[in-house]
Ligand binder design. Structure first.
Ligand SMILES: Cc1cc2nc3c(=O)[nH]c(=O)nc-3n(C[C@H](O)[C@H](O)[C@H](O)COP(=O)(O)OP(=O)(O)OC[C@H]3O[C@@H](n4cnc5c(N)ncnc54)[C@H](O)[C@@H]3O)c2cc1C
Length: 506
């Protein structure tokens, strides 16, 4: 149930293991939040997720995703931070260039940055090694790392470097999708999670996917179909049926009943358990977890079709240059990001939001008509509970504010915009089924990770959670889908062996 990339991974692996699989997706397009959508005239937009690092290398090879069209280009340089005084910092994989960029602000930070980067990648690697665990436990991580991961990303970064813009360039990955500021405990886990990927063959490196993020979902769907899975889009599930404590199948919104020994749900845990199963059928632990689950999303996404590249005052030019390929941040300091979060405490949105922008098209021009580009803005903080009653005009006004902020650094931007697509947190909920608009199906913070995330095996026999509500949580990774398929196959084999044993005894 659910054709996000995790549902597709689960379907593909289950079908490959010999199970008879049917997948039902609510939306007319498969892929959930890993989609490439045809938009405007001749544009293809990664409307939700936009960059990739965590996709499981085992999955890539096991399902031959490269043979099915998946390819990622490394995003290098990695980050470009712009400042109001006209300066900027561009960081990537080249140590010499990084050293020169950092030394222009503060030579003392060059060595600190190298050490910080090493420790962050080590933490990411330690997480990666646990992401496939059948029974994940936070305490299985090295003791020293557990302490770090429970802390704040600010505390960690400030140990190594002093330059405000350098601190902010790193801290953004500790707050993405997270309704906390960088000085709040637990954000260090979010940073390490974003360094856990190896899809590009380098720990923590990110990449643009050829054809947009939907290429991952398309490759997974092709694998699932090649092993005999039947995939149905535009087929919302209305109810998961349970009989005598065991799952019995699903009922579709059009009234059809599908019987099944096993149901794997890719939907948000709230949708799966409260809406489709019914809380009265759950055990106390699941009910308690649902009640306390933190799933208020703080993010807005705006996709812009632009006629020319942003011409940054700090690095002029509208022909593609290296900084156009990096993640472009409007986040000059840790205090700026923290203030953007603190603003929400009085029930409003950030007066000056943190912006994380991407231009995929200098790397992959096949997504746009010749000479055109797509600029995506991911902005915080826009909490779901503040924005849920917004009108379309409210969303438009905030998008205007984001563009005006970016225009302080790239004055040609407003005049280059030809079309735009806006997602407030409420729009993310309505369009993708993300409860509370939370991009990870719930916060990725201590208290909601490892053994504290929703278990893959639910308390109802035969019902599994195969989406980001299960370990290791959100991002385009395929791990929750793989872990669910492994659990399903293992449990069915055990049931089969037990039944055979019973027959022999009789
Ligand atoms: C704006 C945005 C930007 C992001 N950026 C990145 C990024 O750059 N990189 C990254 O790695 N991650 C990013 N993420 C996070 C990442 O996209 C998600 O964590 C991940 O894709 C979730 O995958 P999933 O398969 O678990 O769930 P989803 O993609 O949420 O899929 C769940 C599926 O279940 C379906 N469903 C729900 N209810 C029903 C029902 N009743 N019947 C049938 N189907 C149903 C939904 O329609 C959906 O297709 C971003 C997310 C968002 C929203």
């Amino acid at each position: 149930m659910g054709g996000g990339h995790n549902g597709l991974a689960c379907a593909a692996l289950s079908a490959k293991a010999g199970l008879s699989v049917a997948l039902f997706e609510r939306s007319p397009i498969l892929g959930g939040t890993a989609v490439s959508e045809p938009m405007w005239n001749g544009y293809t937009v990664s409307s939700a997720s936009y960059v990739c690092t965590l996709l499981d290398p085992w999955l890539i090879s096991e399902l031959d995703l490269e043979g099915r069209g998946y390819h990622a280009y490394r995003k290098d340089p990695a980050t470009f931070n712009v400042l109001r005084d006209g300066s900027s910092m561009l960081l990537g994989s080249n140590d010499d260039t990084n050293a020169a960029e950092i030394a222009a602000f503060n030579p003392r930070d060059v060595a600190g940055f190298i050490e910080l980067d090493r420790v962050t990648r080590r933490l990411g690697s330690e997480l990666f090694e646990t992401f496939s665990d059948d029974e994940p436990r936070f305490e299985n991580l090295p003791a020293e790392s557990q302490g770090l991961l429970r802390g704040s990303v600010a505390e960690f970064i400030e140990r190594y470097v002093e330059t405000p813009v350098l601190q902010a360039a790193i801290a953004t990955d500790g707050t993405i999708g997270t309704y906390l500021g960088p000085r709040d405990a637990g954000t260090m886990y979010v940073l390490a999670h974003h360094f856990a990927g190896r899809a590009l063959g380098v720990q923590g490196a990110w990449g643009y996917v050829r054809g947009g993020m939907g290429s991952i979902s398309k490759a997974l769907a092709s694998a699932a179909q090649s092993y005999g899975a039947h995939l149905f889009a535009d087929a919302p599930v209305e109810k998961i049926t349970v009989r005598d404590g065991r799952v019995a199948g699903v009922v579709l919104r059009d009234g059809r009943t599908i019987r099944a020994k096993v149901v794997a749900s890719n939907a948000h845990p709230q949708t799966t358990y409260a809406d489709l199963v019914g809380t009265e059928l759950l055990d106390d632990a699941t009910r308690a977890r649902l009640k306390s689950w933190r799933t208020i999303g703080p993010s807005m996404k705006v996709n812009l079709a632009i006629g020319e590249l942003p011409d940054f005052t700090a690095r002029p030019g509208t022909t593609p240059r290296s900084h156009h390929r990096a993640t472009i941040h409007v986040a000059p300091s840790m205090d700026y990001i923290q203030q953007a979060y603190e603003d929400t405490k009085s029930g409003s949105v950030s007066r000056e939001p943190m912006l994380e922008c991407f231009l995929q098209t200098p790397t992959d021009p096949t997504l746009v008509p010749p000479g055109k580009h797509i600029l995506s803005i991911f902005a915080q903080y826009y909490p779901y509970d503040v924005c849920r009653t917004w009108t379309k005009e409210d969303g438009e006004r905030e998008a205007d504010r984001m563009v005006a902020l970016l225009a302080e650094f790239a004055p040609n931007l407003p005049g280059a915009i030809e079309a735009r697509q806006i997602f407030t947190p409420a729009d993310l909920e309505a369009r993708f089924g993300l409860v509370g608009g939370h991009i990870f199906h719930g916060e990725l913070l201590p208290g909601q990770i490892y053994e504290d995330r929703f278990p893959t095996r639910s308390s109802i026999d035969g019902l599994y959670l195969c989406g980001s509500g299960a370990h290791p949580g959100g991002c385009v990774s395929g791990f929750p889908g793989k872990r669910a398929a492994n659990a399903i196959v293992k449990d069915l084999k055990a049931t089969f062996r037990q039944a055979q044993g019973d027959t022999v005894k009789r």
